[in-house]
Design a protein around this ligand. Structure first.
Ligand code: HEC
Length: 93
């Protein structure tokens, strides 16, 4: 696997972005500015290791409200999402 992983298919990318808004957004805020969970904006994540973020997505953060998503996401998909978060996901308007 390359550092950034295999990019998901365009259709799967759409599903992943919908998951990000709806499921992740319930804790991290619809626009990812934070809520129960911390903000996931590039400004908040800047300098963080994409692999560490992908690991948090896949395995959750034990002892916190952050749940594991490995039942729903592959490693490559979690890595793809981590890179989207670091770059900034455009708001849906
Ligand atoms: C039930 C609430 C909840 C949901 C749903 C949730 N998170 Fe989290 N998330 C958290 C909390 C709380 C933390 C902070 C954990 C900690 O203190 O380390 C966190 C941390 C993270 C981090 C690490 C941020 C950092 O700065 O290190 C990432 C990345 C992340 N979440 C992504 C996601 C993604 C992507 C989804 C959806 C697939 C998601 N989260 C869904 C509550 C949630």
């Amino acid at each position: 696997m390359s550092a950034a992983g295999e990019a998901p298919s365009p259709a799967r990318q759409g599903e992943l972005l919908a998951l990000l808004r709806h499921d992740c957004g319930s804790c991290h805020g619809l626009t990812l500015r934070g809520g129960l969970g911390p903000p996931l904006l590039p400004s908040a994540l800047s300098g963080k290791d994409p692999q560490g973020l992908a690991a948090a997505i896949l395995h959750g953060r034990p002892g916190t409200a952050m749940p594991p998503w490995s039942r729903f996401l592959s490693e490559d998909e979690a890595a793809w999402l981590a890179h989207r978060l670091l770059e900034g996901v455009p708001d849906e308007r």
